[in-house]
Design a protein around this ligand. Structure first.
Ligand code: GDP
Length: 444
């Protein structure tokens, strides 16, 4: 996109395409009001007042609508914005959009409304990114925490850290520029300042693993010998009947996947039984191969054995395969067992005993922070910027410890600031921006 295109008038359908109660077409840019005046029957706009009327094309009524005008800079994008609320049919919405385009707007690119909001300083980059997170969140918890980012929680943390670094940099610079009037800061002060700033960055990065799990979800594979009750457990966790359950060994031949919302999105993978014996049919063997693959992609493994039979040698062989991985030992069919193995979680997939305890344990094992306690989330781009800032401060800290020239130390301190400016979008290249907004949908 060239820079001139960035400020022409854009339009898009803001609601999902499909039959619905209401559809919204959004227009943003200098010509937003001029366009609507040509196609709307009652264009007497006042700020914060909605307008009722008809969209017309050369006198032909297209739809009865509500028009909401937003006057720059008090709009989502910071420009003049008009939102047309029409009936939510696919063709009505498309007809109105076409009419808007015919009258001087161009179709918006992905994320272009939010990009304009960012370029017009209505929000920083962390807030703009949270808009996409809110729209694409897989769980209600992630939507809630992304909303905290939108309200500026992460932005506030980053600004606080940046101010701390800037304070140190100002003192170093004053000492260098005005050596007769200002004493350069003590090295001890520099060391303790860098330590405290690094620990603040670490606190922000602490939630990174959880943020990633929140965003991508965790893969949890159920494994064990045939007939121990893996499919029954899969169904019990999901409250459904998807996996076929029989008492003939080897009935789950392919790998089933379903998403379970435990506050964090968990993809539950039911694997074919792992079995190495000779007469396993070909189809089942393929299933077994798949289950070995799912072991590799699993963040957590639920290893199931039959509590009524106890852990036998075959179970132990499978356990040996996963001994270095993150797993939970599950004794299923505990309803048939007398005394359970105390190390294993006692479950009955058949009557539901222990299933809720397993869900709680599972949640703790894939994510060590309570999802509700997160104040903000970070994405991998933001984590990279924070790590860059941290590395630069580590260098500065080392240099301060060695009493290096403060001129040299200031170079690392400036790099730390630049890394944070990249995070908030204060300093960002067009390529990075285009990449970020290309992940949005059109109309946002
Ligand atoms: P998979 O081959 O490991 O997936 O095992 P299935 O889920 O197909 O179960 C095999 C048999 O064990 C079926 O007849 C189930 O009804 C039975 N089963 C599964 N879980 C339990 C349980 O907790 N208690 C009892 N008594 N039977 C169970």
């Amino acid at each position: 996109m060239n820079i001139l295109d960035e400020f022409d008038t854009i339009a898009a359908i803001a609601t999902p395409i499909g039959a619905g109660g209401v559809g919204v077409i959004r227009i943003s840019g200098e010509k937003a009001f001029e366009i609507i005046e040509k196609i709307f029957t009652s264009p007497k706009f006042e700020p914060r007042k909605f307008n009722h009327g008809w969209i017309v094309d050369n006198g032909v009524k297209i739809d009865e609508v509500i028009v909401l005008p937003f006057f720059a800079p008090n709009s989502y994008t910071g420009e003049n914005v008009v939102e047309i609320q029409c009936h939510g049919g696919v063709n009505v919405v498309k007809n109105i959009l076409e009419l808007v385009l015919k009258n001087g707007a161009r179709l918006a690119e992905r994320g272009e409304f939010t990009k304009r909001a960012f370029l017009n300083k209505k929000m920083d980059l962390s807030q703009a990114e949270s808009v996409a997170d809110i729209i694409h969140s897989k769980t209600s918890n992630f939507a809630k925490v992304s909303m905290k980012n939108l309200s500026g929680v992460l932005k506030g943390r980053i600004n606080e850290i940046r101010n701390d670094i800037f304070e140190v940099l100002s003192r170093i610079t004053a000492g260098i520029d005005f050596p007769d009037d200002v004493k350069e800061p003590e090295y001890e002060y520099l060391e303790t300042s860098f330590e405290s700033i690094i620990s603040k960055i670490d606190k922000v990065l602490l939630g990174a693993k959880t943020s990633n799990i929140f965003r991508q979800g965790a893969n949890v594979a159920i494994i064990g010998k045939p007939n121990v009750g893996k499919s029954s457990l899969f169904n019990a966790l999901l409250n459904l009947d998807r996996a076929i359950v029989t008492d003939i060994a080897g009935t789950t031949r392919d790998v089933l996947r379903e998403t379970l919302d435990l506050g964090i999105p968990v993809t539950l993978i039911d694997t074919a039984g792992i079995r190495e014996d000779e007469d396993v049919s070909k189809v089942e063997r393929i299933g077994i191969e798949y289950s070995k693959q799912s072991l590799d992609e699993a963040d957590l493994i639920l290893f199931v054995y039959d509590a009524s039979k106890g852990l036998d040698n075959e179970d132990k062989e499978v356990l040996d395969l996963i001994k270095d991985k993150n797993y939970i030992l599950i004794a299923n069919k505990s309803d048939l067992a007398e005394n359970g193995n105390s190390e294993a979680l006692q479950i009955s997939a058949l009557n539901g005993t222990g299933v809720n305890e397993l869900k709680e344990l599972l949640k703790k094992r894939v994510c060590d922070i309570e999802p509700e306690s997160l104040d903000f989330v970070t994405n991998s781009r933001q984590q990279l910027c924070l790590t860059k800032a941290r590395d630069a401060l580590e260098q500065a800290h080392l240099a301060a410890k060695l009493n290096e020239l403060q001129d040299l130390i200031s170079i690392d301190v400036k790099s730390a600031i630049l890394a944070l400016d990249e995070l908030t979008g204060e300093l960002i290249t067009d390529d990075v921006l285009d990449n970020i907004f290309s992940h949005f949908c059109i109309g946002k």
